[in-house]
Design a protein around this ligand. Structure first.
Ligand code: GLV
Ligand code: MG
Length: 293
């Protein structure tokens, strides 16, 4: 937890679930809440992953952490979500604790981990289950186990698979559900911390697909993943150029479609460019080119 404070990440989640031994679950709640209260997390989103709703720990995880951490907590990560009722339960419980503690109603967000066959089959209903939802997060380890994939390497492609990316279907399915409900889509962990090339490949692939981020589980993974998700300067410049050129052609020339450097641009190009421009602006990239009619 001390190391995580200083890392250049957008969000940090403190775990009460699968990384905590059963005998230590209860003590971990107070440790996590104390770390949140102690502060110094900068602008990072502060999240806690509680145990899933089928365990005897989940309700106390939520109650104790929210009561003790209060405004120092931004988001609860709920694992192994298999249906909308899991989200409804957490939403109601959060509302009760918020009311009891005088916290802003609805202030604490929810990220839902989709990590088994049932969760994926229900992903649309899950994504629609609460206004608190902020993101859907893919859990490759539990997902691989749930489907019976023949691999022991979390997040890596199963050896022997010849069909391309073994995770393409769940990743795209989740992305569609997330976008249909205005949520972020986040990829899960890559466990082999010394396999930088494998991590880079996995991160590049989901970033290209449209994902908003990916978990890391070791400080050495941060720069690799950030680099793959960071918008490129050339893409950013091109996006701003398309926006300016399209604006010029529509308003000054009265045309809905035009050519820009040998490529047709129209309203759909503008929508695509808006996505890339928004990511570049959010990353603080400067513009290095300008549009000349
Ligand atoms: C993460 O929770 C995973 O199951 O991969
Ligand atoms: Mg998991």
């Amino acid at each position: 937890m001390a190391k995580a404070r200083g890392l250049p990440v957008d969000e940090v989640f403190l775990d009460l679930e699968d990384a905590v031994a059963p005998a230590l679950k209860a003590d971990a709640r107070a440790a996590v809440a104390a770390a949140l209260r102690a502060g110094d997390w900068g602008r990072k989103v502060r999240a806690v992953r509680v145990n899933d709703v089928t365990t005897g720990w989940a309700h106390r995880d939520v109650i104790e952490v929210v009561e003790q951490a209060g405004v120092s907590l931004d988001v609860i990560v709920l694992p192994k979500v298999t249906g909308p009722e899991h989200i409804t339960w957490l939403d109601l419980l959060l509302s009760q604790v918020e009311r009891d503690r005088g916290l802003a109603p609805g202030g604490i967000g929810i990220e839902a981990q989709i990590e088994d066959a049932r969760g994926l089959a229900e992903v649309d209903a899950i994504a629609a289950a609460s206004p608190r939802l902020e993101a859907l997060v893919f859990g490759p380890a539990d997902f691989m186990a749930s489907l019976g994939m023949r691999s022991l390497e979390i997040g890596a492609q199963p050896v022997g698979y010849r069909g391309g990316d073994a995770f393409h279907y769940p990743l795209l399915r989740m992305l569609v559900a997330a976008r249909a409900h205005g949520l972020q889509a986040i990829d899960g962990p890559y466990a082999a911390i010394h396999d930088t090339d494998g991590l880079r490949h996995a991160a590049a692939s989901v970033a290209a697909l449209g994902y908003d981020g990916k978990w890391v589980l070791h400080p050495s993974q941060v720069d690799v993943v950030n680099a793959e998700f960071a918008p490129g300067q050339a893409d950013y410049d091109r996006a701003e150029l398309i926006l300016d050129a399209y604006e010029y052609h529509v308003t000054v020339r009265g045309r809905g479609a035009a050519m820009l450097d040998g490529e047709m641009i129209d309203e759909a190009s503008r929508k695509l460019a808006l996505v890339a421009a928004a990511r570049g602006r959010a990353a603080g990239l400067p513009r290095t080119t300008s549009f000349q009619p």
